[in-house]
Design a protein around this ligand. Structure first.
Ligand SMILES: Cc1cc2nc3c(=O)[nH]c(=O)nc-3n(C[C@H](O)[C@H](O)[C@H](O)COP(=O)(O)OP(=O)(O)OC[C@H]3O[C@@H](n4cnc5c(N)ncnc54)[C@H](O)[C@@H]3O)c2cc1C
Ligand code: SF4
Ligand code: SF4
Ligand code: SF4
Length: 443
């Protein structure tokens, strides 16, 4: 059998496993069974199953794990530019979080902190609201500046040499690029959240090439899962070993969805300001915007929601379930809700607290935070897995690309098999023109 035929066979095997309703943790056997027989064109499988149907969430795990640099990365997806360089190692498919859920034994591999609680948003040992005690970190941070404090503290005491995170674009501060942060200034400058997609993990390649470690990684859940699959792939090539040995702390950011650049264009137009003047966006049930001139504006999340990134439909993790420490802005303004999940997270956290870098509050003081994390996690977890979802073009046909409400299947008691496409949204009713009120009556 030639390589192309073999690749089709593996793809057929994968489809059969998915269609027959096999345990999703077994889907990876479709390709793993080939590894010791010399491999197949895994890159073709990845492009045909994930990238071409636009199910790719952009985590970049395939790009950063490929030992022969087959991929470029543009517009939030991998391109197989150097396709013929492939050495059939299968790593790119094995690390892709869209092709399958993370392995069952990941929980053991990441060394959870005991005693482990699981209340529906990923295993954790304890949680608090926290904020940085340093004024600059708190001011610069998106919520409590805890992520920045964790990184800077680790860099100061030598447990972190560099951080895979991001930097904002000066002409459009709501867009960001990946960055390997190695100085305090770079960390502070990269703080705050860009609610668009920032492919942090691309910076892993630079860290590996320069052999810089120990590394911290900051990422939204899709990036955390990609990193974990790289660290613990059952295909133990050097590159996977490097990530496994040298990434010492994975900080996850809670995430319902991110937004497209068009959303920022829309905001700028609507607010009649240049994009570079939108200094910060925070989403707290509504869109809170800070402008360069100090003005604060609010927009409805429903209006901005139109610009949610369609690819986020293929993501079932809200609370960065597999991170060492998960951080979010939910519950209490200007505090970061913080969940410590693993031994590595616990160590970093205790050192931070012991040195007085953060102050904390019990979660029970504002139970709404944890309740919301539970609810939002449940909502995302009950989605069908991406392999069971329609492609982008199928969604386009029925006219609904919203990652939040496109499908059914998340209602209580239903499972992936009950998924049905929702009909296209009804046409907008034309608003009746209301005669202008005489001056003064509006007040
Ligand atoms: C796209 C997105 C969606 C989010 N959705 C939610 C949500 O639904 N609910 C919730 O409670 N919290 C959400 N968060 C998390 C929240 O915005 C804060 O990041 C978190 O509370 C930590 O705040 P902090 O002040 O401790 O972080 P800071 O100290 O300000 O540090 C923020 C870190 O995030 C990194 N970062 C910035 N933008 C991005 C990005 N786009 N992708 C990856 N890394 C980035 C920075 O490089 C920096 O390392 C979201 C964050 C992002 C980026
Ligand atoms: S990761 Fe391996 S299988 Fe995938 S493109 Fe690179 S060399 Fe080929
Ligand atoms: S989801 Fe991640 S690993 Fe999968 S194809 Fe996209 S970028 Fe690559
Ligand atoms: S919802 Fe957040 S974590 Fe999931 S794919 Fe979108 S950006 Fe990534």
């Amino acid at each position: 059998m030639d390589l192309d035929e073999l690749t089709k066979e593996v793809q057929g095997r994968y489809h059969r496993l998915v269609d027959q309703g096999s345990d999703p943790n077994e889907w990876a056997y479709a390709w793993r069974s080939e590894y010791n027989r010399g491999g197949f064109k895994a890159v073709d499988l990845l492009m045909e199953e994930v990238v071409d149907p636009k199910k790719c969430i952009g985590c970049a795990a395939c790009v950063t794990i490929c030992p022969v640099d087959v991929f470029d990365y543009e517009e939030e997806v991998p391109l197989d530019t150097r396709h013929d360089a492939c050495v059939f190692c299968e790593l790119c498919v094995d690390v892709c979080p869209v092709l399958r859920p993370v392995d069952n034994d990941l929980k053991d591999q990441i060394e959870l902190k005991e005693p482990v609680k699981d209340e529906g948003f990923g295993p954790y040992a304890y949680g608090v609201y926290a904020r940085a005690t340093d004024k600059a970190m708190l001011e610069q941070g998106q919520d409590g500046g805890v992520c920045t404090a964790l990184i800077l503290h680790g860099m100061q005491n030598g447990t972190i040499k560099a951080t895979v995170a991001g930097e904002e674009h000066s002409e459009n501060p709501q867009m960001g690029s990946s960055m390997l942060q190695q100085t305090k200034e770079e960390v502070i400058k990269g703080a705050r959240s860009r609610y668009t997609y920032q492919p942090n993990t691309l910076a892993l390649v630079e860290a590996m090439k320069k052999d810089i470690s120990p590394l911290a990684v900051v990422g939204v859940p899709c990036q955390v899962n990609g990193v974990r699959q790289q660290q613990f792939s059952s295909i133990r090539l050097d590159v996977a070993e490097w990530y496994s040995k040298n990434i010492s702390l994975v900080i996850g950011l809670l995430c319902s969805e991110s937004f497209t650049e068009k959303g920022i264009d829309w905001l700028a137009e609507d607010l009649e300001v240049p994009k570079k003047d939108i200094m910060n966006i925070n989403i707290k049930g509504r869109v809170e915007i800070k402008l360069r001139d100090g003005r604060e504006e609010v927009k409805s999340l429903k209006a901005f929601g139109k610009y949610a990134r369609p690819a986020c439909l293929y993501c079932a993790d809200y609370a960065a379930d597999n991170s060492d420490i998960a951080l979010g802005g939910i519950g209490l303004d200007k505090w970061t809700i913080t969940f410590i999940r693993t031994e590595a997270g616990h160590k970093a956290w205790q050192a931070l607290v012991a040195d007085g870098w953060v102050e904390t509050k019990e979660l029970d003081e504002h139970p709404i935070g944890k309740d919301l994390v539970k609810r939002l996690s449940e909502y995302k977890r009950n989605r069908p897995l991406p392999a069971l979802m329609p492609s982008y073009s199928e969604r386009e046909k029925i006219g609904n690309l919203d990652p939040k409400n496109y499908y059914r299947g998340w209602e209580e008691g239903s499972d992936a098999k009950n998924w049905v496409p929702l009909p296209p949204p009804p046409p907008k009713k034309k608003k009746k023109k209301i005669a202008a009120k005489p001056e003064g009556e509006n007040k």
